[in-house]
Write a protein that binds this ligand. Structure first.
Ligand SMILES: [Mg+2]
Length: 276
């Protein structure tokens, strides 16, 4: 669980600013690294492990602690999130409009960035009901990404993981996401690929990431299709990988072994705890 997101992030890492519009590439090029997507994904998993009340306060602590210890990932943190973690005093203009969700004074900044979707996969795995999944996904987003599209991106991604892991078909997942969130999932990867370019928004990343999953035949093909779309590749494929893992249930052992050799022991410990 969750490793699918970390794999997607890592495989996509080198294509974020140099899109590769083909499924044909070495899965783990030597330059690949996990990036901010994996760091915040592990932070959210830790939050769910250490805080059974799932409070904003503890969520903030987990995000800030993890990001502070991995301050300079490949591709960097998004601008707003970077300020939220490292320079929260610069968010003071949000004081009145968006009161802080936690005692520290860090304010949500009305983001619709895809950061809320890229960190949410653990929420898709953690709960017994779809309703609770949606609720906690919202909470995981709105500490920073309180714009409706930011919340929607997190909820849609977590819901897709929940539905996939509980045995729903691709058509059922597609219908639910379309009806509930209004994303256009009628396109294929071949429709999207020619004109798609970098888009850091939820609404310009999550539907595309889901399409890579819907068009895939197994975990690896989902990852490859995600990369082939281009765009904000590490984040897009992180989202695709999280859903694909939940649906296909199996990641090839060689891919699992490779990613485990590339991430810190701390990540493995947290994921181990989470998977219990
Ligand atoms: Mg990234």
């Amino acid at each position: 669980m969750i490793l699918g997101s970390v794999i997607g992030d890592t495989v996509g890492s080198i294509y974020e600013f140099h899109n590769h519009k083909s499924v044909d590439f070495p899965l783990f090029a030597p330059e690949c690294e996990f990036t901010d997507d994996s760091i915040v994904t592990v932070a959210v998993a830790k939050w769910l492990v250490v805080d059974k009340q799932h409070t904003f306060e503890k969520l903030e602590e987990c995000l800030v602690d993890m990001c502070t210890r991995y301050p300079d990932p490949m591709g960097a943190y998004g601008g707003g999130f970077e300020r939220w973690v490292f320079h929260p005093e610069q968010l003071h203009t949000y004081d009145e409009k968006f009161p802080s969700k936690s005692p520290s004074g860090r304010h949500p900044y009305n983001s619709w960035g895809n950061g809320s979707a890229m960190r949410v996969s653990a929420v898709g795995w953690a709960f017994d009901t779809l309703q609770e999944t949606l609720e906690i996904a919202k909470r995981s987003a709105e500490i920073t990404h309180n714009h409706p599209e930011g919340i929607k991106g997190a909820q849609a991604t977590a819901a897709a993981i929940f539905l996939a892991r509980t045995g729903k078909s691709k058509q059922e997942i597609k219908d639910y996401i379309t009806q509930t969130f209004g994303y256009d999932l009628t396109r294929t990867c071949d429709d999207i690929r020619p004109k798609y370019h970098f888009d850091g928004s939820c609404q310009g990343t999550v539907p595309e990431a889901m399409t890579a999953f819907f068009d895939s035949t197994d975990f690896e093909s989902a990852i490859r299709l995600g990369v082939s779309l281009g765009g904000d590749t590490d984040t897009l494929v992180c989202i695709t990988g999280g859903i694909a893992e939940a649906f296909y249930k199996k990641i090839p052992q060689a891919i699992t072994d490779k990613i485990l050799s590339m991430i810190p022991q701390e990540f493995k410990d947290i994921l181990g705890e989470f998977n219990k």
